[in-house]
Design a binder for this molecule. Structure first.
Ligand SMILES: [Zn+2]
Length: 127
């Protein structure tokens, strides 16, 4: 059946299927970070996103644990915090991002999936 997913501009993350685009948009508005954008896309039966979710073997809507890292200027990410659940993780990420100019990101470590970023800068020229 037709369903909808939020497609984030900067992440392949998708953890939830919605019955209507309105539901998807409401959830997206709760989760969206500044500077981030998304689209709501419709999918039918053969949905790669749902398949990927099934392969993870758990229900991504329940509280997964994420780790938040800060990317230092020399390129080394340092671990900052654990967070449970995507909404909570994004809130913590916003908090941490507001205390540093460095890029911070949240990762679901088992799949190395980056689920959100803040303080993303344009790619700097390396000369
Ligand atoms: Zn799907």
């Amino acid at each position: 059946m037709v369903h909808y997913h939020i497609c984030w501009s900067d992440s392949k993350l998708d953890w939830q299927a919605f019955d209507t685009p309105e539901d998807a948009r409401i959830e997206a508005e709760k989760l969206v970070l500044s500077g981030e954008s998304y689209t709501i896309d419709s999918f039918a039966n053969d949905c790669p996103r749902c398949k990927a979710t099934l392969q993870l073997g758990d229900n991504p809507r329940i509280n997964r644990e994420y780790d938040i890292f800060e990317q230092l200027r020399d390129g080394c990410p340092i671990w900052r915090k654990h967070a449970m659940g995507l909404v909570n993780t994004r809130e913590k990420l916003k908090e941490i991002g507001s205390t540093t100019p460095n890029q911070c990101f949240a990762m679901y470590v088992p799949t190395k999936e980056i689920v959100a970023r803040v303080n993303v800068k344009d790619v700097e020229d390396d000369d």
